[in-house]
Write a protein that binds this ligand. Sequence first.
Ligand code: M6R
Length: 603
Amino acid sequence: MCGIVGYSGDKKALPILLEGLKSLEYRGYDSAGISLKTQNGIQTIKTKGKIIDLITLITESKIDTSATVGIGHTRWATHGMPNTKNAHPHTTENVALVHNGIIENYREIEAFLKSKGFKKQTDTDTETIAILVEFYLKEGMGFKDAFVEAVKRLKGSFAIASISETDDYIMIAKHESPLVIGVSNGETFIASDVTALIEYTNEFIFLNDGDIAIINKGDFEIFDANLNRVKRNTEKIEWSKEKAQKGGYKHFMIKEIAEEDEAVRNTIQSRIDEDGNVILDELKAETDFLKNIDRITIVACGTSYYAGLSAKPILEKYTGVKVDVEIGSEFRYYDYIYSKNNLFIAISQSGETADTKEPLKMARDKGIKTVSIVNVKESAIARISDHCIYTLAGPEISVASTKAFVSQLAVLYLLAFYIGSLKGKDTRDKAKYLLKIPSKIKEAFELTEPKTKQIAKDYHIYKNFLYLGRGLNYPIALEGALKLKEISYIHAEGYPAGEMKHGPIALIDEKTPTVIVAHSLEPLYSKSLSNCEEIKSRMGKIILISDKVSPLADETVKMPEIDYEFLPFTFVVPLQLLAYYIALFLGNDIDQPRNLAKSVTVE
Ligand code: M6R
């Protein structure tokens, strides 16, 4: 949801800003811009479109590329159309400013500024902040004080970076939108997340909400919300820069699907010992509480929500307690009734999703014990929860989430076995089986990729798809349909197969293929075959994802053998591949699908 980047050092700022923006492009990609503090004052270039369009414009311009201080932005529009006028940075006579988030009281500020004779040029909330800083400058304040005064008046969520005509430093502020400082000798970087900076440093400072900082060539001062000078810890992040690059793959999405075995291996290997005992040091302090939990509430959005749904039967089976899986955007407006010993779990790849963060805060405020499952280190959700269990999937860049899903599943299975064992169940054999999952995922990828590619070639012309599954395969069908929608823009509906006759069967004809996901050992396998019969007799085409071939199917993606309880790990793989290859045959922008952004930090 918008990416911001900034540099202050002794090197040329422009290439660093552009490389940073390329890495952040997954956060938003409808317009982009940069401002440099040059010998001749601030120079700004911005445009509708992607970073590549910005680079073309810069190459054709006469901008002073020797500047060593600058800020940049890649946008996902919230207020105002995605056009050049509304692109960031927003400028006034003395200020350039970039922002990620939403200013809730911008109309009120706008009215105030209007009364003082200031006029907006754009349709954005962000420009109001730039003008407010300008107002305080005109009142006679220095840049630092003017920025601080402006920030004090803002309500909403923001990560802001600003430069001025008068000074050489960058002012930044953070409140409920991510912002990190990258530290290196003689230079300081800022960015919405670490992926933009891992090429330059692996030392980061994660700001708290309310923090304001002055960034000046290797130096920085941080102030808290009360403007007291504060020290924030420097954290080392071990993500390698290769992980944030395509590494020979055509798209991040296919690279990330191919990395799923490694993502799960990294997530589980140090958390299961050779006897099958699950070791979750993150929860050591909660042993007594976990022994006595009587309910688990999982909240998440999108693919993370489907990870929760997929693991629900496993969690219920091994912990013996009721598990509710809730969608964050609904849950936050719902007066949920917790039980006495309720465990609350928030799942989020980015750790920044507003619709997951809010329910987490609500649970925490009610005194409920919270655990988060997060991929991005030190992200808001990781920091707010009582305990965080990181998925160790490495950076996920493609907007369509894939390796995060299987890594989240891995943590949820670990939790099921861990809590189960605390409650007296012997889960060691199951935990040992989990150790085999990475190689099973690899096998599933290798075995199913050629077939899904062929199916995609034949089926990418269809406009509607139905996805059906039962039991553990129902959430997998939902996830398969979501993947197809997101990147191919084909309408796809996921349904529990048993519900077909209660409505969706009306959709079936020769123009609507059905993807049926079924494991031969699932209790209702024969019923899934009956669904195939019903579809066939209505001229519908069937793509079967199963470990067993059926003559009823027009196409079968044959799955390698896997224990029924673990099937979500492998059965999701051909569905991700099918969506990927269909989108590829359609010529879509796979890693950056239209209208979407990787982390949804606004409501
Ligand atoms: O970062 P999160 O896991 O909290 O994100 C949740 C959803 O926005 C995300 O899974 C979204 O549905 C993906 N684009 C799915 O591929």
